[in-house]
Design a protein around this ligand. Sequence first.
Ligand SMILES: Cc1cc2nc3c(=O)[nH]c(=O)nc-3n(C[C@H](O)[C@H](O)[C@H](O)COP(=O)(O)O)c2cc1C
Length: 381
Amino acid sequence: MQTSSKSTNRLCRLFQLKYPLIQAGMAGGTTTPALVAAVSEAGGLGTLGAGYMSPGAIRQAIRDIRELTARPFAVNLFILPEPGQAPGETQQRARADSAWRLLAPLRERLNVREDGPPAVWSESYREQLAVLLDERVPVFSSTFDVPDADTFAECTRLGIRTIGTATTVREALRLEQAGVDAIVAQGAEAGGHRGTFPGEGEPPLTGTMALVPQIAGSVQVPVIAAGGIMDGRGIAAALALGAEAVQLGTAFLTCTESGAHPAHKAAVLGSSDESTMLTRAVSGKHARGIRSRLLEELEPLAGQLPAYPAQNALTQEIRRTAARSGNPAYMAMWAGQASPLALETSAAELVTRLMDETDQVLSRLAAVHMKTDHSAGPCIT
Ligand SMILES: Cc1cc2nc3c(=O)[nH]c(=O)nc-3n(C[C@H](O)[C@H](O)[C@H](O)COP(=O)(O)O)c2cc1C
């Protein structure tokens, strides 16, 4: 899919991309500087998933990416209250203490050595953001809530483009009002955490096909479709629905340069259309991943567990212990509903393949006419 002057869209111009293709930020080590840089070098937008990284580690990764590419890239953060300052913090602490006891049998079974619940549940978003501003990253991408309008204004002043994530039209409108440059419309098929803002109760699980045209019809800024898109068919469909770009996570997770655990990659590559489930029990926030014993054993406890990021911190050592011993049964292997379509390939090859496939689908569809003379046969050949 070449971006000639005819086909170059607003999003490509805004983010200075050859292709309207974004590799999702995937926190937890998947999006290595090598993966991010390879996608950007190939003409898409690579994204560092920095949600779980310390400010120092983020700065180092940004510098590593810049050693590998001069093309634009993004850094993705979780919009969270500062540690210890979330509304209802005291109740969450009490809930976390009792959840810690509930998880004791699991820790014992897996030989997880941990003396008590972690004192701090997340990195400081403010400190992480300060690094992005200081480094003047080309694109600041975010999820879980709306960065404040001052942050967007500061990004604009520094020449930093911004992307926010919405799972409803209401969230998209709030992002647009705050001054975001482009909006990811994340459908329920998506792997990983739902970007749903806090305080919304049960997340409305609107699928990509239903969500993208509704958000595209409601906001003025470009919309980026995400969730279940793995190949040229999905990309062409997203463009038809009104998206001006796509964001793919699971498809890039199995790339050679991805830092995902080998067992995670193998589970995605060996998955079927029935493999994923959505659960809030692992982290306290709804997320989609490959069904595993961890997800199935925790799911019945969901009602008794604290919210994100407390529950995420409570299960972190369990997941790390499982990963260290290569035991996929107790790892959280986030992946989207179309995971069986994943390929084992380099990021550059994947980008080229996706763009070629999209062109093929678009050319094929250009010959389709619903209201032609049907005496010659069916309209679709
Ligand atoms: C392993 C994994 C981790 C993810 N981590 C993040 C993240 O840190 N930040 C974010 O905005 N989205 C994250 N996502 C969601 C993606 O941004 C995107 O919405 C999703 O991957 C799209 O669906 P797909 O996986 O079917 O392509 C993650 C997705 C996966 C699969």
